[in-house]
Design a protein around this ligand. Structure first.
Ligand code: ATP
Ligand code: MG
Length: 417
């Protein structure tokens, strides 16, 4: 029978991959906690409207990338392509719109029907942060600083560059949009087919095009700065000032727009040259319209999301496996006593294993194969004296230790005899 395969664009995360993945989440979670962010877990699937209403009908995600299906009751559901919409939906559903600000961290799988390639999958995973209910530019700066600190804690501060931009307020954006339409209309024939469509529907998105020809035109396109209202310019000034005060280095990139419709003011990306075309590791911005789209009161918010797979690939090394301790009994009486030792060591927090069967020789071979740092060898003679032989499998030296002292003796780490 043909063996079953994972779905195209999905992958099993096992072994070294899993250790990298876990390290990214655990590190991000710990740093987010220091900023006072609490973790929320929202459903992996939502009413399709949660995304269709908010991400923008012409966005790539909604127009081509969503996993949407009718469930058995005939309702249209969508596997979440991102988690910001779900968090805003949850804020409204849980009556939290009057308990602001809310500082939210999340981690979990997202789903997009994209062409799979290195760093781009159909099921991928994100960590993310949302600061909901603070209109001040300090909120933008603090959310970005959180992202920066997570990347630094992962050892990636030399691998990523923070690029920031502003999309202004709606008055600024309308004026800028008109300037872009004039410019791109003059070069319409040189635009890709996708961007010709964007020109009609959402010209700002052309700035985000990955097409080579488009990118050349984009390089000479107008920038937003001259179109900013004084208020929008002051907001952007304050964000940059606070970033500096918070010790976060950045460069300005006037080409950054976010792919989804709900952004205004600050837009930012942490980019790297180490992942080829998939160079954006973390991306976000301010989205002041989204909570209202979910049926809540107008509520300002700012946040980011980062691809865990991309961050995992950037990590210099996978976290090491914790070397276990192997218990090696000789004979039935010793095997029975060994179970008590196993449990005592595990309850002391030590990774401990015993082979399910085999001679001492086989069990020692197994211990070496596991990369065990120590073997506790237990025979009838040792048992009668209430001791066990502890062999350091790194150095080969051996010592006799009272059974009751084993957890304390081994807790000290690899420095066994
Ligand atoms: P890209 O421009 O690479 O398509 P995006 O703008 O669609 O990214 P966002 O929606 O901002 O990405 O998602 C935030 C982050 O999630 C990205 O910067 C990236 O690290 C990660 N990400 C997005 N799509 C994928 C995917 N299909 N596979 C793996 N990671 C992804
Ligand atoms: Mg994308």
């Amino acid at each position: 029978m043909a063996s079953l395969q994972p779905i195209r664009g999905t992958r099993d995360i096992i072994g070294e991959d899993q250790r990298r993945h876990h390290h990214v989440i655990a590190t991000a979670r710990a740093v987010a906690a220091t900023y006072g962010f609490d973790e929320w877990i929202t459903p992996v699937f939502e009413d399709t409207q949660v995304f269709a209403r908010t991400l923008g009908e012409t966005s790539d995600v909604v127009s081509k990338e969503m996993y949407t299906f009718a469930d058995r009751g005939g309702d249209s559901l969508t596997l979440r392509p991102e988690n910001t919409a779900g968090i805003c939906r949850a804020l409204v559903s849980n009556g939290l719109t009057q308990s602001l600000p809310q500082k939210v961290f999340y981690a979990g799988p997202m789903f997009r029907y994209e062409r799979p390639q290195k760093g781009r999958y159909r099921q991928f995973h994100q960590i993310g942060a949302e600061l909901i209910g603070a209109p001040e530019p300090l909120a933008d700066a603090e959310v970005i600083a959180l992202g920066w600190d997570i990347l630094a804690a992962l050892g990636l501060s030399a691998d990523v560059v923070l690029e920031i931009n502003t999309l202004g307020d709606s008055v600024s954006r309308d004026a800028y949009r008109a300037a872009l339409v004039a410019y791109f209309t003059a070069h319409r024939d040189a635009l890709s087919a996708d961007s010709q469509l964007r020109l009609e529907r959402n010209p700002l998105r052309i700035l985000d095009s990955k097409d080579e020809g488009d990118r050349r035109l984009v390089a000479a396109a107008p920038v937003i700065a001259p179109y900013l209202t004084p208020e929008a310019a002051a907001f952007y000034d304050a964000v940059r000032r606070h970033l500096t005060q918070l010790g976060v280095p950045f460069v300005e990139n006037p080409r950054i727009v976010r792919g989804l419709d709900y952004y205004s003011h600050t837009a930012f990306e942490f980019v790297t040259t180490r992942l080829g075309a998939q160079g954006t590791a973390m991306a976000g911005g301010r989205y002041d319209g989204l909570v209202a789209e979910m049926g809540g009161p107008p509520t300002p918010a700012v946040g980011w999301a980062a691809g865990i797979e991309r961050l995992s690939m950037l990590l210099a090394a996978a976290p090491a496996v914790v070397a276990p301790i192997a218990v090696v009994p000789m004979g039935d009486a010793a095997e029975a006593a060994a179970l008590g030792i196993l449990q005592a060591l595990r309850r002391a927090g030590l990774r401990t294993e015993m082979a399910y069967r085999g001679t001492m020789k086989k069990r020692m071979e197994r211990a070496n194969k596991l990369g065990a740092r120590a073997a506790i060898i237990l025979g009838d003679d040792e048992l009668a004296r209430g001791v066990a032989a502890v062999k350091n499998l790194v150095t080969g030296t051996q010592a006799e230790i009272p059974i009751a002292d084993l957890p304390g003796y081994l807790a000290a780490g690899p420095a066994v005899p």
